[in-house]
Design a protein around this ligand. Sequence first.
Ligand code: PLP
Length: 359
Amino acid sequence: MIKFLDLQQLNLGYQEQFQEKMKLVLDKGWFILGDEVKSFETNFANYCGSKHCIGVGNGLDALVLIFKTYIQLGKLQKGDEVIVPANTYIASILAILQADLVPVLVEPKLETYNINPDLIEEKITSKTKAILLVHLYGQLCEMDEIIAIGYKHDLLIIEDAAQAHGLIFKGSHTRAFSFYPGKNLGALGDGGAITTNDDELARVLFSLRNYGSEKKYHNEFVGINSRLDELQAAFLNVKLPNLDADNDKRRSIAKRYLSEIKSDKIVLPTWDFSNNHVFHLFVVRTENRQNLQDYLLKNGIETVIHYPIPPHKQKAFPEWNNLSFPITEKIHDEVLSLPISPIMTDDEVSIVISILNKY
Ligand SMILES: *Cc1c(COP(=O)(O)O)cnc(C)c1O
């Protein structure tokens, strides 16, 4: 059986280092916002080439906290509209709603699965104040076009980089990361972070994630409790040095899939080589998806659908259910994610390719 992502195997490789770190944390006896969180924040900021990194509880909170901080600083107001791709993972949209802002959905491009810059301006109103970009599946959005639109309409640009650790970004925007175990940099539980070059934003973020308090029992803001866990930070410190090599491995698997899968029934993803796509997922499209997924499973290959239902068709949003986003709906009907991970062997990749080519 070729697993979609063998998390057990992936993390077993770090077992000894994890155990050493656990002992270190136990010996110190400091469990919240200790040395491991501090050093991870420094390490990840350096890795991303950003001035600040703020460790938080998960990727959703990272996004919520960015919006809440902009509201705190008066750069956004409740009720402002935020442009967001219609085919994103639900967390991007929930974050906008949790901050009392209004998501405005924009169709993606079928080829890249990322927001279509040509369709953004028609959705801009006097209430539009921000764009939340999502580098879906690990590929950079069309930044030049989007930055130009943001500049023209005076919009904040915020990036959901939960699937894009290690991507070479463009511009100095504030970004949200998730360390959910299956992400390119994954913890052994929940975790998240924000990177930013904005000193004032960082100051408020450090406070808001910790009850709005910088000094214990002195509350400057109405904050929340969403801190990166000390043990998770310790595990992330172990794994971060391997992230670039892991992403290289993902890209090399993607290159093989792109050049060796040859089937009229399968549409391969488009990779604009001017970006270093980190292939969080390798997503193909096919008309009869169930058929392909069953065929692969019968042949010992596990696949996953990211994602089966678009946000506007979810039961949670009855007010959107009648909206029409044909590209988004087509994507959600047809996508299938093939196995890709840093621990996949060349033989496993060959098997996936040869079975697909016999479909
Ligand atoms: C995983 C993910 C999130 C949320 O991360 P959590 O840590 O699970 O809260 C947000 N946005 C995108 C695009 C994601 O893939």
